[in-house]
Design a protein around this ligand. Structure first.
Ligand code: C2E
Ligand code: CA
Ligand code: CA
Length: 823
């Protein structure tokens, strides 16, 4: 998985580089275009101004010429014209019918071709060799003509007055050059010296002004041109070296650099946001990708309405008979609202599926608009194949048989209209044995318990026994009042409680029970729902360590109502900021100092401030409120870690399973660490071993990602989970916390001591730290420290305290005094 992230980074970098190169080229291009436009406009308006100056000059001079003509005889003209036009004046003459007579009396003959146009114009431009058959003079002259009289003037000087040092060309619309200011270039047609003058000459015909980019053999030029109003069919063309402006000005480079810098900042910002998003997205979706690619578990995606928008291969294969269903609610007996709480739930199939009765659904919000459902179907019976009615290990009838029997009972309308009860019996302390001795031992134990149950259950009542799941059995009482059923169950539990060596191992097992009583003629739930109600009753009992019997209707409904009330109050509490974090010190036996604190939630509300968070957190987990509460807890703890930075202590945060599996969990923590500038090594997360082991690869991956940030992972309530301790080494963890239950019973209960010993030796071998919680007295303290427990937490050291209490504990450099430790 690491590898994938590396690849992702490399690919992203390659794309980023390509993008930057493209951006630079684009920047260059666009700043060039931008600047080119700017230069063009500048040159164009310069050319227009020059042209109109040139044209005005001609018009003014022409009117002077006319007034001079009126007020002077031919003879006087020769004397006066040089004064009126000074150096521009070249000569004067009259036009006869067949030719042209100079002021000095020399007569010249017109060239045929020019005669007509020449006569038509009042101002025109020609060289003598263009006009006269025997002339060789190529110098361009402006001719002023009135009737049969004319004067001619130096064209170059006229232009110089108007345009100064520019390279200019006077041209006709057909591209014929009449005058060329670029002295080195020959006269003739524009085509002679530019590659693509076609465009310009086309424009000259079409319009009066414009600017084009011309390509000569070795360079580009800007060619701007305007019509000279004073002379018919004449254009002033202004030619500027492209490079003069575009390269040597350096402006393009400046523009490009500014553009590139801005674009790169944008790219980096966008890249940063996206990479952040993608890493977390990627991490969070690792499971989906992983599971999708290997297709191990059924996965579906739904939208907020519960509509199925995606199903993976396994889903299709497993739920083949549901392939035409459009909504998840068509498949499972669950509401969409319930799924959108994003809390793992058990749901039954609406239609019977051969191998499964229901599934554990873990909803995860995986994108803005979709929810991924990881579906872990549970098999009707762990050990049964298909519809087999017998549990393979205990050889008791299984849930299939139960379903069959109950369906028959409910279906037989005449015979059994009476009252019936279904009870679920659970072995409470099975995990102890699982932890201590492993699964094979537990299988043997269950077999023993089953055979004992078989003997004990027999009574005068009509009762059948089934083995539903690993640690759970079912009793079906037909035509028995619930009070009698309850009494009978009490008898069974007492039997197991009193007979310490009821099993040959000399082990005492504790059972608890939940009962659901119903009237066959009014009952609407199916067999599995009835089973589920009994199970809920069984689990609803809060003091989970003692044998107990809970009846669904009385207890559970009440509890359910209470929980609904708590659920409402929780919503308000979040809005009203009623939550607060208390801190309990974690003592380091090696340094004899406080090493850290565990954050514990407190609800400052008169109704609840004495309630253990355990109570309402259970409710919050079911209602989904835990996500908001958890967010508060995490941020609060991180803030505190920041405030306590100088003391070098860590802050532990309790994390609920539903928090970890949510989309963006790792990112949320990362963001908060950055926001409050807290080093990851200051933070520990406490998760339960069930979460870490039994959910899925994703959690392990997320935990590893957090460890990469320096965050430590502690396994909370260690030893109480369902797994064998040997799973430990598979987990990305730093410490285990020995559950308070073991510490509490340490003195009296040799199993607790055995488990503690085992945890300590395992931890030593696997090099984990151990934190013992619930240390209340010296005996426990000594027992634990003598066997190598380094960290201790409990009332003996300190109760959970508020922030000021924390400061008080840290006053003496974290060296605190408690009980007899120092004596
Ligand atoms: P936990 O994580 O096992 O927390 C330890 C509990 O044991 C705390 O109860 C603490 O006050 C109590 N305790 C510590 N030392 C002793 C001792 O020497 N003797 C006795 N009798 N009790 C001791 P608390 O604060 O009532 O919390 C109960 C549970 O609620 C916690 O069990 C934890 O599972 C949950 N919880 C508390 N705060 C949070 C939170 O912020 N987030 C989540 N998700 N769960 C929380
Ligand atoms: Ca804890
Ligand atoms: Ca704990």
């Amino acid at each position: 998985m690491k590898k994938r992230t590396t690849w992702l980074t490399i690919i992203t970098l390659i794309f980023l580089s390509l993008f930057l190169v493209t951006m630079s080229l684009t920047a260059n291009r666009y700043s060039r275009i931008f600047y080119e436009n700017y230069v063009s406009e500048l040159l164009f308006s310069e050319n227009k101004n020059a042209t109109s100056r040139f044209s005005n000059r001609l018009n003014i001079d022409y009117s002077h010429f006319l007034s001079t003509l009126e007020s002077n005889t031919n003879e006087e003209l020769n004397a006066n014209l040089p004064y009126v036009f000074n150096h521009k004046y070249k000569g004067y003459g009259t036009i006869e019918s067949d030719g042209f007579v100079y002021e000095n009396g020399v007569k010249k003959l017109f060239k045929e071709t020019y005669s007509n146009t020449f006569y038509d114009q009042s101002i025109t431009l020609f060289s003598h060799n263009q006009l006269f058959s025997d002339e060789t003079d190529e110098v361009m002259h402006i001719y002023f003509i009135k009737n049969n009289r004319f004067g001619y003037f130096d064209a170059k000087l006229y232009l110089k007055d108007s345009i100064l040092e520019k390279k200019y060309v006077l041209t006709q619309p057909n591209g014929l050059v009449l005058f060329n200011g670029m002295t080195s270039e020959p006269m003739g047609n524009l085509n002679n010296y530019f590659k693509d003058t076609e465009a310009v000459t086309q424009e000259l015909i079409a319009g009066d002004e414009g600017i084009s980019k011309l390509n000569s053999v070795d360079a580009y030029y800007f060619a701007s041109y305007s019509k000279v109003e004073a002379i018919n069919g004449l254009y002033l063309l202004d030619i500027t070296d492209y490079d003069d402006y575009m390269y040597y000005s350096g402006t393009v480079a400046v523009f490009s650099i500014i553009f590139i810098v801005i674009m790169e900042i944008v790219v980096i910002l966008v890249g940063f946001v996206f990479s952040n998003f993608f890493t977390s997205f990627y991490r969070d979706l690792e499971v989906s990708i992983h599971d999708l690619s290997s297709n191990r578990i059924p996965i579906a995606k739904i939208n907020h309405k519960g509509k199925l928008i995606y199903r993976n291969k396994t889903f299709k294969k497993t739920f083949d008979q549901h392939k035409h269903d459009k909504f998840i609610t068509d498949i499972f007996d669950i509401t969409t609202t319930e799924l959108l709480k994003l809390v793992p739930v058990n749901a039954w199939f609406i239609r019977t599926i051969i191998d499964f009765s229901g599934a554990r659904i873990i909803p995860i919000k995986t994108s803005m608009f979709s929810y991924t459902l990881l579906i872990y179907p549970f098999i009707s019976d762990d050990n049964a194949q298909g519809e087999a009615p017998i549990n393979a290990i205990t050889e008791l009838p299984n849930l299939n048989k139960y379903r069959y029997d109950l369906d028959e009972l409910l279906g037989s309308d005449s015979t059994a209209v009476g009252k019936h009860s279904v009870a679920v019996l659970k072995i409470i302390n099975l995990h102890y044995f699982n932890a201590l001795k492993g699964i094979d031992f537990v299988d043997g134990l269950i077999k023993k318990i089953a055979s004992r149950l078989k003997e004990v259950v027999i009574s005068e009542l009509d009762v059948s026994l089934y083995h539903s799941f690993n640690n759970a059995f079912v009793l079906l009482y037909k035509n028995v009042d619930v009070i009698d059923a309850k009494r009978d169950i009490k008898r069974i539990l007492d039997y197991f409680d009193s007979e310490v060596s009821v099993l040959d191992y000399g082990i005492q097992v504790n059972l608890k029970a939940g009962i659901y009583a119903f009237n066959a003629n009014v009952e609407t739930s199916g067999a599995l729902m009835i089973y589920e109600k009994a199970r809920i009753a069984c689990d609803s009992d809060s003091n989970g360590e003692f044998s107990s019997i809970s009846v669904y209707d009385v207890v559970t409904d009440l509890r359910k109502k209470q929980q609904e009330q708590i659920s409402k109050d929780l919503e308000m509490a979040i809005k009203r900021n009623e939550f607060e974090l208390y801190y309990q010190a974690q003592y380091d036996y090696k340094t004899k100092k406080v090493a850290g604190f565990e954050g514990l939630l407190r609800w400052s509300n008169r109704k609840y401030d004495r309630t253990s968070p355990q109570e309402y957190i259970k409710v919050a987990e079911k209602s989904g409120a835990i996500l908001k509460i958890g967010e508060f807890v995490i941020e609060e703890a991180i803030k505190t870690a920041k405030k306590l930075e100088s003391f070098g202590v860590t802050i532990s945060i309790n994390i609920s399973p539903s928090q970890i599996i949510q989309f963006g969990f790792v990112k949320k923590i990362t963001d908060l660490l950055i926001k409050h500038d807290v080093d990851g090594s200051r933070i520990c997360l406490e998760v339960t071993e069930d979460v870490a082991i039994t959910t899925f690869s994703d959690v392990a991956y997320k935990l590893q990602s957090l460890r990469d940030l320096g965050v430590s992972i502690h396994i909370d309530d260690f030893g109480t989970g369902r797994s064998s301790l040997l799973y430990l080494k598979e987990l990305p963890i730093d410490s285990v916390k020995i559950d308070r239950g073991f510490v509490m019973n340490l003195q009296e209960d040799r199993y607790s001591r055995a488990i503690i010993d085992m945890i300590l030796s395992l931890a030593k071998n696997l090099e984990f730290d151990v934190i013992a919680e619930g240390v209340e007295d010296q005996f426990q303290f000594d027992y634990l420290t003598e066997r190598g427990t380094r960290y201790l937490q409990g009332y003996m050291i300190s109760k959970p305290v508020d922030y000021n209490g924390v400061l008080a504990l840290l006053k003496n450099n974290g060296r605190i005094k408690f009980k007899k430790e120092d004596e």
